[in-house]
Design a protein around this ligand. Structure first.
Ligand code: GAL
Length: 956
């Protein structure tokens, strides 16, 4: 009989990085040495505490027949249909008492078991290494009953030497994973807490004389056009690069003429590092990163980052991403003109960096470190300022740098995120600078820039960014010499972010501003049977931060949101502006490295939004920063006399690895003449007929003046509407110092306006309805006059609004809302194809667009105002044609604004019988106040006297 004692669990709360693992080294996907993936189905047993079970499961011969199964890579809380616990979402609060390094007794612990045979051709010589690419948060590992060690550092690789333990068949790999550990204190990123073996597990054969660690140094001298290569290797060998005729010993330096690597021109050279026992493929990109003249320069030129923060996310797999999903991210980024990624807030799966090398994206590789929850206690006991934790911090820095150091795409190392300041961070920065002086170091949390090579901030408002650009922001001497980036800005939560174009203008104006990274790439919605996508609180968490986890440029299923489309336009690599009257277009190459030879240009001319002629435009292959004026052809002759405009597009001239020939990278539009406004002679007079008035094609309730029908189309009467379902940006984050209008609007009662009828007057040529629209309990109001006229065929509504009382807040919207009983397809001439608001309208292209009512909706994970189309000249739906004088904002949905406002998830919205249409004269800006500035003053919808009109006719 064998007896086992409960294993010591001290390691769980030990601040040291772990024991038993090999020193970190460069990661590579493949070599000619054999490997065996241990991904797949594993036996799984969940316990409530770290010591509920002894470690006998690690023994050979253990009977795990009654255990459940989970898929590795994966998170157990996302498997088993809730049987294995649930995800928890908190932004910065630790979901356990802050009592470092202690963690709760309730510490979900997953025992994982996998029995495997070696392939029959597995070599009998040499050794073997077992590699874990990511386990959250702490793991203890046994092979064939022998303990290998334990480790923390969830998004970092750990390798163990196992050659001496392997046998041809029946190897038993046992991994005990604890959700909480001392490491959790270092991993307080704003995301779901998701335990599990969530990245690959691989057994690597290590042949005798195989490659150990190696460091590819490949620099580029822009003055000579030459690249210099040196591969330092623990194990001596040779380096060959056939395309460059390079065949040198490791450690030897060679200089040859090369094409450099940049994110715009990601030239990679295939090479091989061959030691006596192994051949490792290399993908070499020559580039040099320096801090010079107070700027981040690559290959001699300052770079403008048009970036995004990317968490790893999949709505079903959590942070266990497959290669295709990673590739989809990269392709989407490239297709939307992004050139940079910050791997917030941990090193990504290493294959993602291979893709960044290949397709071309600048990368800020960030360490797996955040201690944000300590801010609640003024950073007391912060691990980054406590020497006992420094070995763990250095271990994390080393595991990141050693793993990722051979990627040309990685130009900046980041120490981590929101961890306050402290000696531990300084130690990390010193270690990184020493180990890799060929890259720069970033960290946002220290505004004095003691340890960093760039001054970085998050969510700085436009005016402050401008001051920084002008070098008027002061700061330490060190900081004043550094370039500036916004490592996070443009908080993409819900509808928005607004104000991106205004930021981009600043970035392009001031040399010191080297761009920024939108927060963030993807909504972390969890696919959910009843709710569609779940967010914080949907799993009954006792502490959570709601839908703050859904703040991405793409929806959880990776459909681009309007925010991504807007960003694509704002950062387009070519600027196209025109002087329509003189038929001249000015083209500017806004790239940093590439000329325009990859692009073809095309002009088209529209009359009333319909393209009447188009052709190609010859544009010189301008160098970066250069502009040229190009003459457009003679405008086509067209007798219709409608509104004329030019559209010029820049397209990919050929297929690329990331998009096909013809993909639009940039466009510009400019008027060739003013829009003729609808002319409208009021010829008819209102006629009383019992309890009705008729006026031209329309019927009205004689008592209330409410419109009942136009032609055969029944409507529920248009009346003034100022309410919109507040967006996340309207509501603003609770810590915001700017005014949070979402709350003020509700306090004032703008969501429950009352309409008092003052008079209905039938005049000679108009039916005039006077009202006062105001909320209960307040003195403010909007004096609103509806004036109806007709030319016999059509009906015109002119609305005039005069605010009364002391309006101290802007209006959410200003226009009319009415209901249609039957409407589905929609056609309009105006901005499209997607939604737009005053400060998110750069990508709105004027043209003729078609959709359905359902297709007009933007599926924000938490329902809120969405779907407005800007600059609408006319729209047709439900048998009506509505022309604007002036242009208007158009919205239509199958539920009311009040229902939209009340919904928490998309599944709360059920279509009713009526389609509700909003025709707005104005919309308040969107801003980015869910974490950042509100709308800039120029995008405010002030309560001011306003007058606007619509002409209605029937299409049936
Ligand atoms: C930042 C933080 C991010 C995220 C963002 C708000 O402060 O670095 O991780 O929390 O705010 O969504």
């Amino acid at each position: 009989m064998s007896f086992r004692t409960t294993p010591s669990v001290d390691y769980v709360e030990d601040v040291s990085p772990g024991s038993g693992a090999l020193p970190p080294r460069a990661w590579y996907a493949a070599s000619d040495a054999q490997s065996l993936s241990l991904n797949g189905s594993w036996r799984f047993r969940l316990s409530a505490t770290v010591d509920a079970e002894d470690d006998s499961f690690a023994e050979e011969g253990y009977e795990a027949g009654d255990w459940a199964e989970v898929t590795v890579p994966g998170h157990w809380v996302l498997q088993g249909d809730g049987a294995f616990g649930s995800p928890i979402y908190t932004n910065h609060l630790y979901p356990f008492p802050v009592d470092p390094p202690h963690v709760p007794t309730e510490n979900p612990t997953g025992d994982h078991l996998r029995v495997f045979d070696l392939p029959s051709d597995w070599p009998s010589d040499g050794g073997a290494v077992l590699r874990f690419d990511g386990v959250e948060s702490c793991a203890r590992v046994w092979l064939n009953g022998t303990e290998l060690g334990e480790f923390k550092g969830s998004r970092l690789p750990h390798e163990f030497a196992v050659g001496h333990l392997l046998k041809p068949g029946g190897n038993v790999l046992a991994v005990r994973v604890h959700q909480w550990s001392a490491g959790s204190y270092l991993e307080d990123q704003d995301q779901w807490w998701l335990p599990g073996i969530f990245r690959d597990v691989t057994l690597l054969h290590r042949p005798a004389g195989g490659v150990g660690d190696f460091f590819v140094h490949a620099s580029y001298d822009h003055t000579t056009g030459e690249g210099t290569l040196r591969v330092d290797s623990d194990v001596d060998g040779r380096v060959t690069v056939p395309a460059l005729d390079i065949d040198v010993a490791t450690g030897e330096t060679v200089t040859v003429a090369v094409e450099p690597w940049t994110a715009e021109t990601p030239k990679l050279y295939d090479g091989v590092l061959a030691t006596e026992g192994e051949r490792v493929p290399l993908r070499i990109g020559f580039r040099t990163v320096v801090l010079e003249d107070g700027l981040v320069k690559v290959n001699g030129r300052a770079v403008l980052f048009k970036g995004v923060n990317r968490h790893e996310w999949h709505p079903e797999q959590g942070r266990a991403l497959d290669l295709e999903t990673m590739r989809e991210d990269v392709l989407l980024m490239k297709r939307h003109n992004l050139n940079a990624v910050r791997t917030s807030h941990y090193p990504p799966h290493p294959a993602f960096l291979d893709l960044c090398d290949e397709y071309g994206l600048w990368v800020i590789d960030e360490c797996d470190l955040e201690t944000h929850g300590f801010t609640e206690q003024d950073w007391r006991d912060n691990p980054v300022d406590d020497d006992r934790w420094t070995p763990a911090l250095l271990d994390r820095a080393a595991r990141m740098v050693e793993r990722d150091k051979n990627h040309p795409s990685v130009v900046i190392w980041s120490l981590g995120n929101e961890a306050g300041t402290g000696r531990g961070l300084t130690a990390m920065a010193e270690w990184i600078h020493d180990r890799d002086p060929e890259r720069l170091v970033h960290y946002e949390g220290d505004w004095n820039c003691r340890d960093t090579d760039v001054y970085s901030r998050m969510y700085a408002f436009h005016d402050e960014v401008e001051k920084i650009g002008q070098r008027l922001d002061g700061g330490t001497h060190r900081r004043r010499e550094l370039p500036f980036i916004q490592c996070e800005y443009g908080h993409a939560m819900g509808n928005g972010p607004g104000g991106l174009a205004d930021y981009q203008e600043l970035f392009e104006k001031y040399e010191r501003l080297q761009g920024g990274f939108i927060w963030e790439w993807i909504d972390h919605g969890v696919k959910h049977a009843e709710l569609g996508y779940a967010y914080g609180g949907d799993f009954g968490e006792e502490l959570h931060d709601g839908n703050f986890v859904c703040d991405g440029l793409v929806f959880p299923d990776r459909t681009p949101s309007p925010g991504l489309v807007e960003y694509k336009k704002v950062i387009e690599p070519v600027h196209i502006e025109g002087d329509g009257a003189n038929g001249i277009v000015r083209i500017t190459n806004k790239q940093d490295f590439a000329d325009l030879s990859a692009l073809a240009f095309e002009w088209s001319c529209q009359v009333d939004g319909e393209t009447v002629e188009s052709g190609s435009l010859s544009v010189p292959a301008l160098a970066p920063g250069e502009s040229a004026e190009v003459k457009l052809p003679e405008p086509p002759v067209d007798g219709r006399g409608g509104e004329r405009q030019w559209t010029v597009r820049a397209l990919l001239a050929d297929d690329t690895s990331w998009a096909a020939k013809g993909h639009v990278v940039a466009w510009g539009q400019f008027a060739a003449g003013a829009r003729p406004l609808p002319s409208f002679p009021a010829t008819d007079r209102p006629v009383r007929d019992g309890n009705r008035f008729t006026l031209g094609p329309a019927a009205f309730d004689a008592r209330t003046g409410a419109l009942l029908s136009i032609g055969g189309v029944e409507v529920s009467a248009p009346r003034l509407d100022v309410w919109r379902a507040p967006t996340d940006n309207d509501d603003g984050a609770e810590w915001q110092t700017d005014t949070r209008y979402g709350t003020l609007w509700r306090t004032l009662g703008l969501h429950r306006m009352r309409h008092r009828l003052v008079s209905v007057e039938a005049g000679d040529d108009a039916l005039t309805v006077r009202t006062r629209v105001a909320p209960a309990a307040r003195e403010v109001g909007l004096d609103t006059v509806y004036r109806w006229t007709s030319d016999g065929e059509r009906l015109r509504l002119s609305v005039s609004v005069t605010p009364e009382g002391d309006w101290t807040v802007p209006l959410p919207r200003l226009g009319v809302r009415f209901g249609l009983s039957e409407a589905d397809s929609v056609e309009w001439f105006g901005g499209g194809p997607g939604e737009a608001y005053p400060d998110t309208r750069a990508a709105s292209m004027v043209g003729r667009w078609q959709s359905t009512v359902d297709g007009l909706q933007t599926p924000y994970v938490r329902p809120q105002e969405n779907g407005a189309r800007a600059d609408v000249r006319w729209v047709e739906l439900g048998g009506l044609r509505i022309e604007g004088d002036p242009e208007f904002w158009f919205t239509a949905r199958r539920w009311t604004t009040e229902q939209l406002d009340a919904a928490r998830h998309r599944t709360d919205l059920t279509p009713g019988d009526t389609v509700w249409v909003n025709l707005d004269h104005g919309q308040h800006g969107i801003g980015s106040q869910s974490c950042g500035p509100g709308p800039l003053p120029q995008y405010f919808l002030k309560a001011e006297p306003a007058q606007f009109a619509f002409v209605f006719s029937t299409t049936r």
